[in-house]
Write a protein that binds this ligand. Sequence first.
Ligand code: MN
Length: 201
Amino acid sequence: MSSNMERPTFSAAIERETGETSVRLSLNLRGEGHALMDFPVPFLRHMLHLFTVHGSFDLTVSATGDVDVDDHHLVEDIGLCLGRAIREALGNKAGIRRYGERHVPMDEALARAVIDLSGRPAFVLHARFTDARIGTFPTELVHEFFKSVANEARMALHLAVLYGENNHHMAEALFKAFGQALREAVEVTGDGVRSSKGVLE
Ligand SMILES: [Mn+2]
């Protein structure tokens, strides 16, 4: 039996090293909102801090990468490691709610996150960002980041910015909504696996 079929431990540590990036990440889904972010993409540090606080997780990310090329590889690989950590932390998903959803406003922006920890990767983001960059951060990487998370966590992740004016606010609302929806989805509600098939791989 592989380790990912064990009962949920709600925490995981991931190390991943490639020619492009090196990422060490630890996640506790039953945390208290403690974030420790050490990597050279300031906007993503800010967003993951919000995710951690608003989901009441604990998250540590220490990473380096080829950001002299651009932020793409490092953002994608941190997303990948976060997704992998979520999947490992949940094991066979026994007892968890499985579904989570939240609408979260950030001033004039409103975002929605809907999650199914289904065991199958699916990702949809509806958002009309109006600037190519948020600070120094390429706005298109919001999509890349969450896609990596959804793929590796094997969750269905449906994200939308329903409306908003300020691109920083729109992204911030998304990360907060994702954190709160995930916290709901990983709540313990019973003992068995919530699937008519009996498994959620
Ligand atoms: Mn902010």
